[in-house]
Design a protein around this ligand. Structure first.
Ligand code: NDP
Length: 260
């Protein structure tokens, strides 16, 4: 799984998302994160096909939406996503949210898809420790990935430690807090030491914490900026200074209390 991917939440389907996907692939991205509910899987598939990069060099993620959860309905939702993407196989399929009363059987369907060889990796998103424990207890299969809200204002240390102890790869959604941290003064100060922007500092902090990151940008110059994070290393002091910015503050819904 690549350490860096492109998120496409809120990017409009059709020409718009296919151009965004193509410019990211041209900039060196090899991983794209979409979801049924983003309603842009078809355009993502088109961008992949037109990118000129062979399918087997790309890592494509999509997710089963809440309304489709349940065993049979998830198996069907998977095939519908594949049809829209126009792909024969998928790299990573995720349970988008832990819908109460549904997520355990949804996870069983993902295990079935994995055993049938329809998908190379299966995981979850927005799962707290107790949700992870539930699916592991029920199926005996540990999710390979947990995609969670993660940025310097929400570092979720206990969840991250649980994931690492259990061999679950954490992945950061809204790593830039949807753009709210891209001109943070403390991050700008740290960045100035390395000739890097606040966004690059945040994304590098993700990597050094062993967290896969998927920033979204529709602008080629920002896609390029967000990808230039493999040529410097934050010092232990700077990592600690960024850790200290944590406020346990979500910008998205609380996985223990959502109603969609
Ligand atoms: P991000 O934290 O990636 O921030 C995106 C915002 O930051 C956009 O407004 C973008 O604007 C701006 N931006 C990007 N790069 C820069 C930069 N270098 N400098 C300044 N501004 C910048 O937010 P997302 O919520 O999109 O999260 C990323 C991805 O995570 C999503 O696209 C989606 O794939 C996934 N996700 C998953 C969720 C889940 O429940 N599993 C929930 C939410 C997101 P512009 O595009 O104009 O450049």
């Amino acid at each position: 799984m690549p350490w860096l991917g492109l998120g496409v939440f809120k990017v409009e389907d059709g020409v718009s998302v296919s151009e965004v996907v193509k410019s990211a692939i041209a900039a060196g991205y090899r991983s794209i994160d979409t979801a049924m509910v983003y309603r842009n899987e078809a355009g993502v598939g088109q961008g992949i096909r037109e990118s000129g990069v062979p399918r087997d060099q790309l890592f494509i993620t999509t997710k089963v939406w809440n309304a489709d959860q349940g065993y049979e309905s998830t198996l069907k939702a998977f095939e519908d996503s594949m049809e829209r993407l126009g792909l024969d196989d998928l790299d990573l399929y995720l349970v988008h949210w832990p819908v109460k009363g549904k997520y355990v059987e949804t996870w069983r369907a993902l295990v079935e898809l994995y055993q049938r060889g329809r998908v190379r990796a299966i995981g979850v998103s927005n799962f707290q420790i107790h949700h992870l424990e539930d699916v592991i207890r029920d199926s005996g299969v540990v999710p390979m990935v947990n995609q969670i809200e993660y940025h310097p204002h929400l570092s979720q240390k206990p969840l991250l430690e649980f994931c690492k102890r259990n061999g679950i790869q954490p992945e950061a959604w809204s790593p830039l807090a949807q753009g709210r941290l891209t001109d943070h003064p403390a991050l700008a100060d740290i960045g100035s030491k390395y000739g890097k922007t606040p966004s690059q500092v945040i994304l590098r902090w993700d990597l050094q914490h062993g967290v896969v990151t998927i920033p979204k940008s529709v602008r080629p110059e920002r896609q390029k900026e967000n990808a230039e994070i493999f040529d410097f290393e934050l010092s232990a002091d700077d990592m600690a200074a960024i850790d200290a910015l944590n406020l346990d503050q979500r910008i998205g819904p609380d996985p223990d209390n959502f109603n969609f």
